[in-house]
Design a binder for this molecule. Structure first.
Ligand code: AMP
Length: 199
């Protein structure tokens, strides 16, 4: 099963992806984590990416799509993937469809984690204190939220055109959010695929 967790920064996508990964044997792929690892390695690409991340902007589609293409054939992705923070543009969504179709796979479900703005700001503050991420400062975060609103307006309709995109109430606590996700996953197990790749 291939899943997309779609939602604004600090919505809890990573937290939930890790829980579902451990429970269902799927592999979380977080493009944000991959970029942070690349930056920590000190590579030229990583340094460039970090500058863009710190401004709250999106890293180029070319870099992101290449990263995903290299990652999805790893043995740990064989049972399925939870995409966290990807796709963020139409080009990424279309490239993902093509990559999966070439492997006889598709996105089975995309869920939208919906969280109130004031809650996101609270979570951002907490995460900045706990993790010290350089792009969690107030200015970069504001930009990231703006970016989210822009790309959600393009990427969500792309998927809604193909099938239902269930909304999860991400304002609830971690367990309650996981429960909502699991209800959808259980329903999906017995239902036909909503997102056939159509490419
Ligand atoms: P995240 O950890 O998902 O909040 O991502 C942190 C930052 O990494 C974002 O603000 C972007 O600068 C960059 N990033 C992560 N995923 C993507 C993506 N799919 N496309 C473009 N940029 C991304």
């Amino acid at each position: 099963m291939n899943i997309i967790f779609f939602g604004p920064p600090a919505a809890g996508k990573g937290t939930q992806a890790k829980i579902i990964q451990d429970k269902y044997g799927l592999q979380q792929i977080s493009t944000g984590d991959m970029l942070r690892e690349e930056a920590a390695s000190g590579s030229t690409l990583g340094k460039k990416a970090q500058e863009i991340m710190d401004m709250g902007l999106l890293v180029s589609d070319e870099v992101i799509i290449e990263m995903i293409a290299k990652r999805i054939d790893s043995p740990d992705c064989a049972k399925g993937v939870i995409f966290d923070g990807f796709p963020r543009t139409l080009a990424q969504a279309q490239a993902l469809d093509k990559m999966l179709a070439a492997r006889g796979k598709a996105i089975d479900i995309i869920m939208e984690l919906d969280v109130d703005q004031d809650k996101l700001v609270q979570r951002r503050e907490k995460r900045q204190q706990e993790e010290g991420r350089s792009d969690d400062n107030a200015d970069a975060f504001k930009k990231r939220l703006q970016q989210y609103n822009d790309y959600a307006a393009v990427v969500l309709p792309y998927y809604k055109n193909k099938g239902a995109v269930p909304k999860i109430d991400g304002n609830k606590n971690v367990e309650q959010v996981t429960d909502q996700i699991e209800v959808i996953l259980r329903g999906k197990d017995s239902a036909p695929r909503a997102f056939c790749c159509g490419v």
